[in-house]
Design a binder for this molecule. Structure first.
Ligand code: FAD
Length: 306
């Protein structure tokens, strides 16, 4: 209920204006590396001391072609910088097709795919990879089709699947082949019962079934969750499938359970941190608030003191 309300508020322009008029303060900074490329690179460098990173240049639901092109340019600059700084072997990028114009009324899917292709070319040029984030269920088919197209030229292009969707176990089977990279998460969007499990227990059980398929498959499972029980189950299933700690990744968000991230890395796990930066932090930030009621109390206090 609270989650649905927050995610609905995230779509309100007036609410967005009120929140963004405040400073980029410590609460936003807990989840977002900063607003500039320099800030993101500095944080990524620090994290790579013991973990891997995937950097997300924030932006989504772009309805303007110029903005979509600016987002592509930002990724190219980011990738060149990762190459120049010698970070490309430990840092990849995550992209959202809606930031590249997927929702543009004319040729949106085509424009977004061409943009993602340009980002993949830039990534290949510096020797790193790209993972395509998954957004709400209305885009799942189109996004998976785009990843399929990208994988023809860039076999390392990663997909994301969300265990809250009823279809996902089947998608895991389709994507568990050789060379695939699949990030499995619970799903951050408020989805209808017709397509999604709505109860936490059902989402978790689906997550375990999906993990079973991916771990038994031939690709690289990327286990994106902060849920300690699911992390333990992933480790167990990996072992049972004969995978070493090099043969799957544990992934968590910047600012969430950082101590656990470092502890897992110290135990020899391959841990990757999802690191967002940029001025368009509102939608991402609201999804993080919606995931944990305790975050909301901090947020409410920070609005009052602004
Ligand atoms: P939960 O049951 O939500 O959380 C388990 C525990 O983790 C909580 O009890 C709490 O201790 C901690 N925790 C979780 N979230 C927070 C938070 N925001 N603040 C503080 N503590 C928290 N979703 C998509 O829909 N598409 C994507 O492409 C996508 N990419 C992701 C990439 C990565 C690397 C990760 C880690 C998540 C991604 N997500 C994505 C978000 C994901 O779908 C979930 O919304 C989010 O991870 C919370 O689910 P959870 O598995 O951590 O479990």
């Amino acid at each position: 209920m609270l989650r649905s309300t927050l995610l609905a508020a995230a779509r309100s322009t007036a609410f967005r204006a009120a929140v963004e008029s405040g400073p980029f303060d410590a609460l936003v900074g807990r989840f977002v590396a900063g607003t500039t490329l320099d800030e993101a690179v500095a944080v990524a460098r620090r994290i790579t001391a013991d973990r891997l990173v995937t950097v997300d240049h924030l932006g989504e639901d772009t309805t303007d072609r110029a903005q979509a092109d600016a987002n592509v340019a930002a990724y190219r600059a980011l990738l060149h910088r990762l190459g120049d700084e010698g970070l490309a072997d430990r840092v990849e990028v995550s992209v959202k097709l809606s930031a590249f114009g997927q929702r543009l009324p004319r040729d949106g899917e085509k424009i977004a795919l061409e943009s993602a292709r340009q980002v993949c070319e830039a990534a290949a040029g510096v020797g790193t990879t790209v993972t395509v984030d998954m957004e709400d269920h209305t885009t799942t088919d189109a996004t998976l089709a785009a990843v399929g197209d990208l994988r023809v030229d860039f076999p390392w292009a990663g997909a994301v699947l969300q265990s809250q969707l009823r279809r996902t176990e089947g998608d895991c089977r389709d994507l568990a082949g050789p060379g695939s990279r699949v990030r499995l998460c619970k799903g951050a969007y408020d989805e209808p019962e017709s397509v999604a499990f709505r109860r936490a227990g059902e989402v978790d059980r689906s997550y375990v079934r999906c993990l079973g398929v991916l771990m038994a498959g031939q690709g690289l499972p990327m286990v994106a969750t902060h849920d300690p029980r699911l992390v333990a189950i992933a480790q167990h299933l990996a072992q049972r499938a004969g995978r070493s700690t090099r043969d799957y990744e544990l992934q968590m968000l910047y600012g969430v359970r950082p101590r656990a991230q470092s502890e897992l890395a110290a135990e020899g796990q391959r841990v990757r941190v999802y690191l967002p930066y940029g001025t368009e932090w509102f939608g991402y930030f609201m999804r993080r608030l919606a995931e944990r009621p305790a975050n909301l109390a901090f947020f409410a206090r920070s609005l009052v003191t602004r």
